[in-house]
Write a protein that binds this ligand. Structure first.
Ligand SMILES: Cc1ncc(C[n+]2csc(CCOP(=O)(O)OP(=O)(O)O)c2C)c(N)n1
Ligand SMILES: [Mg+2]
Length: 658
């Protein structure tokens, strides 16, 4: 291996050596502990240390770095006290996730490290968001993110690189091409010569770097960082290296040809560099011995600290509390003249006033800039707030959700407009796995609102009509809001934007332009978790939300003899079940009406909770009414048959007469 030290001084040469030695020695110790059953899974980075260490040392300490499962060298290079890393791997309190997540699945703002989620790809988009925040603040910073060559096959890779290029974000995408993704060799993973060649397709620069040569890694990345800080842009780096151990320790390396192992053994980044330093007289055998003794002592004393730590206390209430970031709701009373406006106008007003309130609130979505969005909610926003805050995105929901997460990590707020709620499927993974779990896992919050134009009755067929709130109410960590009236929509959207937790904000398309209501023109807020009793009566209770509220009110008009409580839930997570119980205890009869198909929906859970908690008060079975168990059909007759209005009317009369 050839080393071109260029202008690197003695100290730097030694720092790079020490930097690689530490993770190698930690790993060797971990492999022993693993065999003794003292730690669980281990993903080895042996043979790949030059990449983690070289890249991290080239960054400034305030620059974010997003490592993967083989990047121990990133964590040690940022000087995390070892007992905290050991505590993390043992699920102890001194770790970074309080025993809630394993191995390298954590981040830390203190060390500007944002760890991976198991799904690999999403962090590439998170890096985009972090870099976007730096760019908008005109900070001359680089963000570095890692991926294996296997994960470059994920859509997230394509999406994140494409966004970074279109927005010219200062991100260094580092591919560690180590020959395998679990057991899959590169020729079954991709069909081009070098992954670096893909950069051309994104209109991006790239380099191929010998990932086992620490001098080459450090010098090239250092030079690039300096250049990118001056002139922000994304760059794709492909580090050629090799995975010397199994995917994780238990799975072995039987499928790797012996010849290949032998070839790469000779290229060991530490052994080669050590020989070079000895030959150059930069270090002596004695100094190496002393250094290894020091590291051994550091590892052993820190291991003792971690092993001595008691296991985590299990406190159920504490676990529940950690799912969401605490939110101190600030109530702003409605003021200003009241105007009778449409739901769509109320949402637009809330969004606009929140943009005025928060300089660092960014909106992202397809066609939302000059075009104003397909529903025209952001019409005129670019002239007021500029295109850097009202951002058109390419069609890549997953990377945009991830980028919103990145903005939040770097201290900004984000609202993403899903063009249609149906398309949330293309961004589903980061919503339910990243945004939802990030606070519980490592205490980070996702200050993100995802606006979800949803709902049927508009003749739009199976892919533009769904109301998919139940996909999200099921997932701890998300809040779900679903207003039915303009007044609520504006106040709740403002609260959603204030709330530092991820909020799915459902906006019924059918109500956008058909429902009018009195709305104060000034900024105001409405608290989450408070249902609204829109009509009172004592013959039965109707609990519903969204379009269901309007259907219930309309049908009840036809039956003046049925005096019903009509409860508009307004938010589904948190859910104001107390108001439901109070009403059921008064009326003794309940219908839960939802636009979604019945099975597995919100109505089922409300029904179950009422059975469990108000059984003695019930005079009739709880009824759930929802859409037919089919996809949403297109033609008018079929759609009306699908939607629950008719079934609601029938059930209402039956329950009244029960
Ligand atoms: C979405 C998803 N699919 C599959 C896996 C299982 N898995 C975890 S790591 C891995 C291999 C990754 O290979 P590569 O990106 O080359 O990284 P390496 O392990 O080689 O460093 C696989 C298949 C996963 N965690 N997430
Ligand atoms: Mg790999």
């Amino acid at each position: 291996m050839r080393y071109h030290i260029g202008s690197l001084d003695q100290q730097k040469l030694l720092d790079l050596y020490k930097g690689m030695l530490k993770p190698r020695m930690i790993e060797e110790k971990m492999l022993i502990l693993l065999r003794q059953g003292k730690i669980s899974k281990w993903f080895s980075g042996i043979g790949q240390e030059a990449i983690s260490v070289g890249v991290t040392q080239a960054l400034n300490s305030e620059e974010y770095i997003l490592p993967m499962h083989r990047n121990l060298g990133v964590f040690t290079s940022r000087n995390i006290p070892l007992h905290r890393l050991f505590g993390q791997w043992q699920g102890k309190k001194s770790g970074f996730t309080q025993g809630r997540d394993r191995s390298f699945h954590f981040g830390t703002q203190e060390y500007k490290i944002v760890g991976m989620i198991s799904h690999l790809g999403p962090q590439l988009g998170v890096a985009d968001g972090i870099a976007l925040a730096d760019m908008l603040r005109r900070k001359k910073r680089v963000t570095a993110v890692f991926t294996g060559e296997g994960a470059t096959s994920e859509g997230d890779f394509h999406e994140a690189l494409n966004i970074a290029s279109v927005w010219n974000l200062p991100v260094i995408f580092c591919i560690e091409n180590n020959g395998y993704g679990l057991s899959t060799p590169t020729n079954e993973q991709y069909n081009c010569e070098h992954l670096a060649d893909k950069a051309k397709g994104y209109g991006m620069e790239s380099r191929i770097i010998d990932g086992n040569n620490i001098i080459e890694v450090y010098s090239k990345v250092d030079e690039l960082c300096k250049a990118i800080r001056k002139r922000p842009r994304p760059v794709l780096l492909e580090f050629k290296t090799f995975r010397m151990r199994g995917h994780e320790e238990a799975s072995g390396t039987k499928y790797v040809p012996e010849k290949l192992m032998k070839k790469w053994e000779k290229k060991d980044p530490i052994a080669n560099y050590e020989a070079f330093l000895l030959q150059e007289g930069t270090i002596t055998e004695e100094e190496i011995g002393r250094l290894k003794d020091e590291i051994t002592e550091e590892i052993n004393s820190n291991l003792k600290l971690a092993f001595d730590e008691p296991t985590i206390d299990v406190i159920e209430t504490k676990e529940l509390k950690e799912v969401y970031q605490e939110f101190n709701y600030e109530h702003v009373e409605p003021k200003g003249d009241v105007k009778n406006i449409r739901l769509v106008d109320a949402i637009s007003q809330g969004l606009e006033q929140s943009m005025e309130r928060y300089n660092e609130l960014i909106i992202m979505g397809q066609d939302i800039a000059d075009y104003g969005g397909v529903f025209k909610i952001t019409e005129g926003f670019t002239s007021k707030f500029g295109k850097s805050r009202v951002r058109n995105t390419p069609i890549c929901e997953s990377a945009v959700v991830s980028a919103a997460m990145g903005l939040s990590i770097n201290g900004m707020k984000a609202v993403m407009e899903m063009q249609f709620a149906d398309f949330a499927t293309s961004g589903f993974n980061p919503i339910v796995n990243y945004l939802a779990k990030v606070h519980y896992r490592w205490g980070e919050n996702a200050d993100v609102v995802i606006r979800m134009p949803c709902g049927g009755g508009v003749g739009a067929g199976p892919f533009h009509s769904q109301t998919n709130e139940a996909w999200f109410t099921k997932t701890p960590g998300l809040k779900v809001v679903y207003p039915a009236f303009p007044y609520d929509a504006k106040g709740l959207l403002n609260t959603a934007i204030n709330d530092p937790n991820p909020v799915l904000f459902f906006e019924h398309k059918g109500l956008y332009r058909s429902v009018y209501g009195d709305v104060p023109s000034d900024y105001y807020t409405i608290p989450f978790g408070k249902a609204n009793l829109v009509k009172t009566g004592d013959s039965l209770s109707v609990v519903t939300y969204g379009a269901g509220v309007h259907w219930a009110l309309e049908i009840l008009e036809k039956y003046p003899e049925i005096n019903a409580d009509v409860i508009d839930l307004r938010t589904l997570q948190p859910l104001d079940i107390g108001t439901v119980y109070t009403s059921v205890k008064k009326t003794g009869k309940l219908i839960v009406l939802q636009e979604d198909t019945v099975f597995g929906g919100v109505a089922s859970d409300i029904s179950a909770m009422v059975m469990e908690n108000c059984f003695e008060f019930l005079d009739a079975p709880v009824k759930r009414v929802g859409s037919l168990e089919t996809p949403v059909p297109f033609s008018k007759g079929l759609e009306q048959n699908y939607l629950p209005k008719g079934r609601f009317e029938k059930t209402l009369v039956e329950l009244f007469e029960y």
